[in-house]
Structure formats: structure tokens, C-alpha cells
Design a protein around this ligand. Structure first.
Ligand code: DGY
Length: 325
């Protein structure tokens, strides 16, 4: 008999068929407050779980007695209680490599759009405001040759540094727990502490995941260290930045602008002051959301679940401590 799994996210048909070749699949579109009880019923027999988001906490795991592996169609796994899963011997799989370049592209797009006021000026022209020569009112700020400060020099940080250094001639600062020899050699990147990065960077770019250590790392005090011409870019997780403090900084013009892909609450409430600010470019957590990359993420997540349940995992395991011996 094929092992049972629960799929809780739409994936391409051929990937759904691959799952069905290996497993008996119960399918949901998402885990919501409305269907959580039905999902939990299906979890009674499920050995695998594949999807993205939801709140996979102790309560959920208590209702998943046979669960052996979880595969998220994302690099981030902050909605999963990995510590509890590890205690129970459940493998946590994710898709760390396939989205790197696309998220770095998104960050570059946010930098360009916010510095060059692309969204604001596109709205301006659509509103019929272009009636003569443009003047200083429509000027924006250069990106090339400005200093980029990358908070978190992981894969995405590296891909961003590559674009900034080679494409835009930008000096690169970075903050990370350990020195990154390759970043220093290839991009002439300079490691510094957060205080220095916040004070010296023209673009502060957050790539960090949300953990207890990173929550509100970019605090009111840190934002106060930024240049008044500084631009904050966040494509890591919303909770890394104190959003109320960011709103204040933007309102008080102690920083110039922000380009945001992630927010403390998602979907971002339409009442958020961020949405009323011309100097904010906000997009709905689309960092990896291209047709190509989302397809590759689905393939990777399916591969990951098959490997995890077959006992052939070689990569992409968050709690790889479970694989040793
Ligand atoms: C991830 O994979 O964690 C991204 O945030 C989704 O775009």
C-alpha cells in the first residue's frame, strides 16, 4: 500500500501526478481556519505533508501521529515548529537553492523602483500629470555607485551582492555571523556590525529569516541610525523589521523610502499607512513568484518529499541532525 500524504497547496498537474505515483494523496488548497479540522482528520494517517505556510505547530503535530516528513514549497520555514518536529523525528525539507536568483532580482527591482520612484511616477503619468517638461519635483536618486548594506549574507545575499557589485558598481557592506571569504574576494565586500551598516549604507537590504534572534532586529534605534537619504529594502521576513517604527521613520522623513516584499501581517491590511505613502513600493510577498521559479520550487518540494519518505535524502533538510548515523 502507498503511504498517505496530505498536499495543501496547488502545484502543477505533472507534479501532482508524480506525487500520486508514490503516495495516496489527500488534497487541500491551503490550511485555513475553516478547513483545519478536515486537514487534521486527514493527518491521522498521513506520513508526509507538502505545502507552504499554515501553522504547523505542536497541536497540529499531536494530530499527526504517523508523520515522518514535511516538505515546504519555500525556503522559509518559520511557520513550522522545527524544534518539536526534530524531537519527534520528523524531517523538515525546504527549497533553498531554486529561488535564490529570482529573489535577488526582486530585491534589485525594489531598490531601483524605490530609488528611481518608478511606481510613483508611473502613477503620476497615468493620472495625466505630465503636462510639460519634468522638473526637480520628478527627480529621483541614483542606484549605481551607492553603498549597499546586506543584512544576512546567505545565498540570496550573495546573489544580490553579485548584481550590486558587477552590475551597478556598488560598494558592498554586509553583516553576518561569520566572515564570508567568497563575498570578500569576489565582491570586495566589507563585513561590519549592524550599527555601522545602518549608518553607512545607502540601501539597507534585509534577507534574514524570522527567528527569535532576528525579530525586530531592525528596531526604532537601528532605523534612527540610517541616513536621511537611506532606503530600506526587505525581502526576508516582515517581522525582522519593527514595522511601526519603519512607518514612523518614513512619515518623519528620517529615511527616504522603502521597498517591501514582506510585512509583519500578511496579507498586508489595506488600512496600513505604508500603502498611502508615495515613497513606499510595496509588493505582495512575490520575491520568488515567477512562473519559472514557482514551478522549480514545486519540483524541488516534490523531490524532497519523495526522498524524505524513501530514506534517500541528500540535501535540503533543515533538521539534518536526524539524518546522521
Ligand atoms: C520563501 O520561499 O520563503 C519565500 O519567502 C516565498 O516567496
Amino acid at each position: 500500500m502507498k503511504p498517505s500524504i496530505v498536499l495543501y497547496r496547488p502545484i502543477p498537474d505533472e507534479q501532482r501526478r508524480r506525487l500520486a505515483q508514490h503516495f495516496s494523496v489527500t488534497e487541500f488548497n491551503a490550511i485555513t481556519a475553516e478547513n483545519r479540522d478536515d486537514v487534521l482528520k486527514a493527518m491521522v494517517t498521513a506520513e508526509g505533508l507538502i505545502g507552504m505556510g499554515g501553522k504547523i505547530d505542536k497541536h497540529f503535530l499531536d494530530h499527526s501521529p504517523k508523520l515522518r516528513a514535511v516538505s515546504t514549497v519555500s525556503v522559509g520555514y518559520d511557520s513550522f515548529d522545527v524544534e518539536e518536529m526534530t524531537r519527534r523525528g520528523i524531517l523538515m525539507m525546504h527549497t533553498p537553492t531554486v529561488l535564490t536568483e529570482t529573489v535577488a532580482d526582486t530585491m534589485m527591482a525594489l531598490m531601483l523602483a524605490s530609488a528611481r520612484r518608478i511606481v510613483e511616477l508611473a502613477e503620476w503619468i497615468k493620472a495625466g500629470q505630465w503636462k510639460g517638461d519634468i522638473g526637480e519635483q520628478q527627480y529621483s536618486h541614483d542606484v549605481h555607485h551607492k553603498t549597499i548594506g546586506i543584512v544576512g549574507m546567505g545565498r540570496i545575499g550573495m546573489a544580490l551582492a553579485q548584481r550590486a557589485h558587477f552590475g551597478f558598481n556598488m560598494p558592498v557592506l554586509y553583516m553576518s555571523r561569520r566572515p564570508h571569504e567568497e563575498a570578500e574576494n569576489r565582491f570586495n565586500a566589507r563585513r561590519c556590525d549592524l550599527d555601522t551598516l545602518m549608518a553607512e549604507a545607502d540601501f539597507v537590504c534585509i534577507t534574514l529569516p524570522h527567528t527569535p534572534e532576528t525579530e525586530h532586529l531592525i528596531s526604532r534605534d537601528q532605523l534612527a541610525k540610517m541616513k536621511s537619504s537611506g532606503i530600506l529594502i526587505n525581502a526576508g521576513r516582515g517581522a525582522v523589521v519593527d514595522e511601526a517604527a519603519l512607518i514612523e521613520a518614513l512619515e518623519n522623513k528620517t529615511i527616504l523610502a522603502a521597498g517591501l516584499d514582506v510585512f509583519e501581517t500578511e496579507p498586508l491590511p489595506v488600512s496600513s499607512p505604508l500603502l498611502a505613502m508615495p515613497n513606499v513600493v510595496a509588493v505582495p510577498h512575490v520575491g520568488s513568484a515567477t512562473h519559472e521559479t514557482r514551478y522549480n520550487m514545486a519540483v524541488c518540494a516534490v523531490d524532497n518529499l519523495i526522498a524524505a519518505l524513501n530514506g534517500t535524502v541528500k540535501e535540503n533538510c533543515v533538521n539534518s541532525v536526524l539524518l546522521k548515523d
